[in-house]
Design a protein around this ligand. Structure first.
Ligand code: 5MM
Length: 337
């Protein structure tokens, strides 16, 4: 049972991620995804190479100016940086909250196998306890929503993913860990931006109604969402103002005002698009007096440029870190606060 004092801490922790000019680095690529990201630059994968990849970002001097939190992958929680300190400890020492991705990836949804369902509820309570002991103060669970015309997503798959997100959120809160709920509406597809907006609205509407049914306290829940964008195969390029109008409209229509805050994923946008779209969304949300704070929780848009320079080589580290800090500064400035 959750106690009132714990709840106050969770609400305060959730709010702390939205400190002025700060956001979250998503450094939680699973082994599979990290292997693909490294391979794209000819870097062979191993636990040690992934540790060095994480250290490129987490060991960069000055990240505390822009980051309130970092989402880690389980493997990284137990690894040490080049400074010899466990990553969670070195982040916490700089005032950056360490978090952990707790879902165990996706599998085909049995009644609609072109869609996916997220795994990881079995034994979650024991894992959460372990993560907390290792220093994690928040958690993240990702569900994947694919658009295909008017056919996908199905409401059955949205509902099942929402139920699992709600179960996860309850368990995380009971363990004293802030939950970040990430139902990612994918950029891949031929769909229009208007269709993406409608699907985001439907996905989030379903999610928050299921959260209410499960009595999940939204004041200590962070929503991680995609922006409303034309599909990557649509042949259309949206202006930041169009993205902002449709994204903020979808959020205002579906996210309860008491929700602690909203963070955005970059989802395959270029670093520049993710920066410009965030700036336009922040301006639009302010103009419309949106009730929740907003910030970023990017993986690719923050890490891609640095990875391309680093290529797994020690002699490129300083240059790569400079590029990372420059992108962080620009994304932070896009918040306009
Ligand atoms: C959508 O992915 C999340 C945000 O990353 P982008 O800004 O690149 O879109 C990210 O947190 C994601 O959940 C993790 O990278 C884990 O992904 P995998 O595929 O490794 O589970």
């Amino acid at each position: 049972m959750l106690h009132y004092a714990d709840m106050i801490d969770l609400v305060a922790t959730a709010r702390s991620f939205f400190a002025s000019g700060k956001g979250i680095l998503a450094a939680d690529e699973s082994v599979h995804t990290a292997t693909a990201r490294l391979a794209a630059y000819g870097v062979p994968a191993s636990a040690e190479m992934r540790r060095r990849y994480r250290d490129l970002f987490l060991g960069a001097e000055g990240i505390e100016r822009y980051l309130s939190g970092v989402i880690l992958f389980e493997e990284t929680l137990s690894q040490k940086g080049d400074d010899g300190k466990p990553f969670p400890d070195s982040l916490a020492a700089r005032g950056i909250a360490p978090g952990i991705k707790v879902d165990e990836g996706i599998e085909p949804f049995p009644t609609s196998p072109e869609e996916s369902i997220t795994k990881g509820l079995l034994g979650l309570d024991a894992r959460l306890e372990g993560y907390r002991k290792q220093g994690a103060v928040f958690t993240k669970w990702r569900a994947v929503v694919r658009i295909d015309g008017d056919r996908l997503p199905t409401s059955t798959a949205l509902h099942e993913n929402a139920k699992r997100l709600a179960s996860y959120a309850k368990e995380a809160q009971a363990a004293g860990l802030v939950p970040i709920l990430e139902p990612e509406v994918l950029l891949e597809g031929k769909h229009s931006r208007q269709r993406a907006r409608a699907v985001i609205e439907e996905t989030l509407g379903m999610l928050f109604s299921v959260l209410e049914e499960h009595s999940v306290d939204c004041a200590s829940v962070i929503l991680k969402t995609a922006m409303a964008l034309s599909g990557s195969d649509s042949g259309r390029k949206d202006t930041p103002e169009e993205v902002a109008e449709d994204t903020v409209a979808a959020l205002l229509a579906s996210v309860p005002r008491q929700t602690s805050g909203i963070v955005f994923l970059s989802g395959g946008q270029t670093p520049e698009q993710a920066t410009e779209n965030l700036a336009a969304i922040s301006r639009r949300a302010r103009a419309l007096n949106a009730p929740w704070p907003l910030t970023f929780s990017y993986a690719r848009a923050l890490q891609e440029e640095a990875l391309a320079l680093w290529k797994g080589k020690q002699e490129n580290l300083a240059l790569a870190r400079t590029a990372f800090l420059e992108r962080l500064a620009r994304v932070s400035a896009a918040l306009g606060n």
